[in-house]
Design a protein. Structure first.
Length: 462
């Protein structure tokens, strides 16, 4: 990919020095606009954009300080390098306090200018890249990007919207693959801490002996191998959000120290005596029932109540079948674009297989299946064979006959549910197990379609 050359504005009232500077920088691949007066520089800055400004500090009428102010007002991220004689270093330092990138004293070597220009342009590039990545992250985790049309997920999204703007600790529960970290990121990037860091840590993935050091840091020499001090993730997350995933795996002794850090809002590094204040929001997640672990004496009750100020539970995918087509199509667009393939949809048989699968791996498994199918598909439509699922559709007596060439999601769900009930002689409890949903969800579907003749069914309350 060809890189656009940098545009540099050079301002110098010495014509020979200006010509030499322009020739040298253009030989290095830059595009240079050279002017001899500060007033000309101001005019250029009002009408053109530049990646860097080089300016003499002392010039008649409009000096380098005015050029600096004009450049910073038009583009606060533009680096400005000033040329100054030895006797004007005090003024140059003052200019740096007002936003100049650096200064160089006359006379200077052209190699010195090259080095300084390269560093300034790289600094600007990195800042621009950081801004772009931050905007990309904020866009990726907007509320609008969270997918789910089911009533259960709409309730989750509504709760996330309400709590994102606060400061209270959040506990996200749900089976593996339901998207707990995605929800944690959505909370962070829609909060007042969005400009701060989001620091995730999987408590189950770090050895027990190292987890304390990872969280709280350590001083040099605290233990064998501690050849340098380490800040720790609590301090790395200062001003932002610390996400403690799989917190149920945290050792009991460390739970007490985390509790103290939450209560006192300060941390003490391993082997250290001084504490450091820390300001962050804590979001935790677990695929296990923490309340049951508290009852069993395997998780601290006081820490549990510190974490569960705002509980958010993510239901498994099998309990929100309505979301499967929406998620599958989103993953199809994502992976088709990434491999440059024109794959537009799923065949009705493929969608039937997706709806029939129990999805023990939840959304993560669905994404993996769609990604594999995109890579295997040789047509514009993903077939059931491309999915590679043993969904057991045929075993239920499920047929697509009579549904038309492009059945809707509602029609597919209704046909598959009816076929399962017919095969199981209307045993709703067993049908719910086969469908991979709760009896309550099954009754809700049947009532919605006017097909529930079981007057003793448990009332649907959610």
């Amino acid at each position: 990919m060809q890189i656009e050359p940098s545009r540099i504005l050079a301002v110098e009232d010495d014509p020979e020095m200006l010509a030499l500077l322009q020739e040298h920088l253009e030989a290095e691949g830059h595009r240079v606009v050279a002017v001899r007066e500060g007033a000309q520089a101001l005019a250029r800055l009002r009408t053109e954009s530049f990646d860097l400004v080089l300016s003499d500090l002392r010039m008649p009428n409009v000096d380098g300080m005015e050029v600096l102010r004009a450049a910073r007002e038009g583009a606060p991220d533009i680096p400005v390098i000033l040329f100054t004689a030895f006797g004007s270093i005090e003024t140059a330092i003052q200019a740096m306090r007002q936003g100049a990138y650096d200064y160089v004293t006359k006379p200077f070597a052209l190699e010195e200018i090259s080095l300084l220009v390269g560093k300034a342009l790289e600094t600007r590039r990195l800042r621009s890249e950081n801004v772009r990545l931050q905007q990309e992250l904020e866009g990726r985790y907007r509320f609008e990007t969270l997918l789910g049309k089911s009533r259960a997920m709409q309730a989750v999204f509504a709760l996330i919207r309400r709590v994102a703007g606060g400061e209270s600790n959040v506990l996200i529960t749900g089976a593996t693959g339901t998207g707990k970290e995605l929800v944690a990121r959505a909370i962070h990037f829609n909060s007042s801490r969005a400009k701060g860091p989001f620091v995730p840590v999987n408590c189950a993935a770090i050895p027990e002996g190292l987890l304390e050091s990872e969280l709280f840091g350590h001083v040099k020499g605290a233990f064998t191998g501690a050849v340098a001090a380490h800040r720790g993730l609590f301090l790395e997350a200062a001003g932002g959000t610390l996400f403690l995933d799989e917190i149920a795996a945290m050792p009991s002794a460390l739970q007490a120290k985390v509790l103290r850090a939450i209560q006192e809002r300060e941390v003490r590094p391993v082997g250290g005596s001084e504490v450091s204040p820390v300001d962050l929001r804590l979001v935790a997640a677990s695929n296990r029932d923490l309340k049951a672990l508290v009852t069993a004496g395997e998780f601290r009750e006081d820490l549990y109540y510190r974490l569960v100020v705002i509980p958010i539970h993510l239901p498994p995918l099998r309990e929100r079948v309505e979301d499967i087509p929406l998620l599958a199509e989103a993953f199809l667009r994502k992976y088709a674009a990434s491999v440059g393939r024109c794959i537009k949809s799923f065949s009705p048989e493929a969608m039937a297989h997706l709806l029939a699968h129990s999805w023990p791996g939840n959304v993560r498994e669905l994404e993996n299946v769609v990604e594999r199918a995109v890579n295997l598909c040789s047509h514009e439509e993903i077939s059931a064979e491309d999915l590679g699922l043993d969904a057991g559709v045929a075993g239920t007596g499920f047929s697509l006959k009579g549904l038309g060439p492009r059945p809707t999601l509602e029609e597919l769900i209704e046909a598959y549910t009816a076929a399962t009930l017919e095969q199981l002689k209307n045993d709703k409890e067993q049908a719910a197990r086969v469908l991979g949903i709760s009896k309550r969800t099954l009754y809700r579907w049947l009532r919605k379609r006017g097909g529930d003749d079981d007057k003793t069914a448990t009332p649907v309350t959610s």
